[in-house]
Design a protein around this ligand. Sequence first.
Ligand SMILES: Nc1nc2c(ncn2[C@@H]2O[C@H](COP(=O)(O)OP(=O)(O)OP(=O)(O)O)[C@@H](O)[C@H]2O)c(=O)[nH]1
Length: 389
Amino acid sequence: MDIKTLQLALALGNLSLCAALFFFGLEARRSGNPARVHATWAWAKQCQAVAWLLLYFRGVLPDFLTIPFANAVLFAGFALDAAALWEQAGRRVWRSHLLPALGVAIGMYVGAWLLQAPAGMRIAIASGAAGLFFVAGAAALGRGWSGGTPLRRYLVVTMLALSAAVVLRGLWSLLPEGVNGVSTLAVQGVGVGALYLMMLSNAFGYLLLAREQAQSELARLEVVDPLTDVPNRRGFYQALTPWIALARRPGMPTALIILNLDQFKRVNDSYGHPAGDMVLKAMVDVCKKQLRDSDQMGRLGGAEFAILLPRTSLEDASMVAERIRNAVAALPVKAEKAIINMTASLGVTVIRAEDSTVSLFKRADEALQAAKQGGRNRVVELSHQAVTN
Ligand SMILES: Nc1nc2c(ncn2[C@@H]2O[C@H](COP(=O)(O)OP(=O)(O)OP(=O)(O)O)[C@@H](O)[C@H]2O)c(=O)[nH]1
């Protein structure tokens, strides 16, 4: 395959990825889920498609377009490829490293062109820059090496090998012509072929990271409440299980508080659902400020929360609950249209040796219902006696 055909294949390959990303974004917007994550990768593909097209038309279009400009756009595309991989790997700090590197690469290449340096020098600069950005991308994939899948490791090794091929092709161009008896065309072919394979490896690597990120987000949402960012019922039960087992052994008890915001339905009805959401988030912040790091708060659903207090007696847990009740009542929540005053009712109990999750929550719920029936804005411990109001 000659170089021109490979350049055209690279342009078309990147263009088809651009088209796929465009339609992916369209679908996402239609389903009300705007695709924000793929923007960097889409830019990378657009830059590369434009650059390869310009390179393909070398000799037809003016030199400044097909040499310095095309290469600068190509470097930007490679840098953005690496950036997209780093973003998918969860590290967005790439800009501080990749942007200066891109600036240096473009500066060196354009400088060499303006100074009319030999073509071999320009090729070496371009290959070095490309190799650097490819290694940066491979490093993003390689972050998960120890726990990585064989596919991930294969892609890292492939990308590193292709980076090495690209850099060696650049170094070869610095050698005096004819030294090795290898045809220049063959070496050029290896270089552009490596770039083609890199386009494919990069796409696989990117999609692999995107899939892993989506999977870990799904796994997180199974146990975390997306609104308040505390464990949901399932997550809270998971955190509770070892403490129920531990309650069968002698030692300090573990306490459980159930908190329900009073008349929360009225907030939604009067100020709207978004205001209700703001109140829920604010309540979590208020409660967390009253808790120790070792305590665990979860959202059981609606306006109901549970708080686990390891190594805490019933008396101490009631004091904490009372502190929370005071804090909730003392802090008005600023919503868009109003300042909302809230109160909360709380039921407190400790885990007993014979408890199961069901019996524990039944008791805590009885205490909570007693607080509601006693007039709300109060704490009741399992003895069903209101300790305060
Ligand atoms: N804004 C918002 N509201 C929610 C959410 N989940 C449930 N709700 C609403 O929360 C309200 C729960 O009210 P309840 O706890 O049953 O009752 P209440 O009005 O607080 O009254 P008492 O508990 O008896 O004091 C219902 O109106 C639900 O529609 C949510 O995620 N956001």
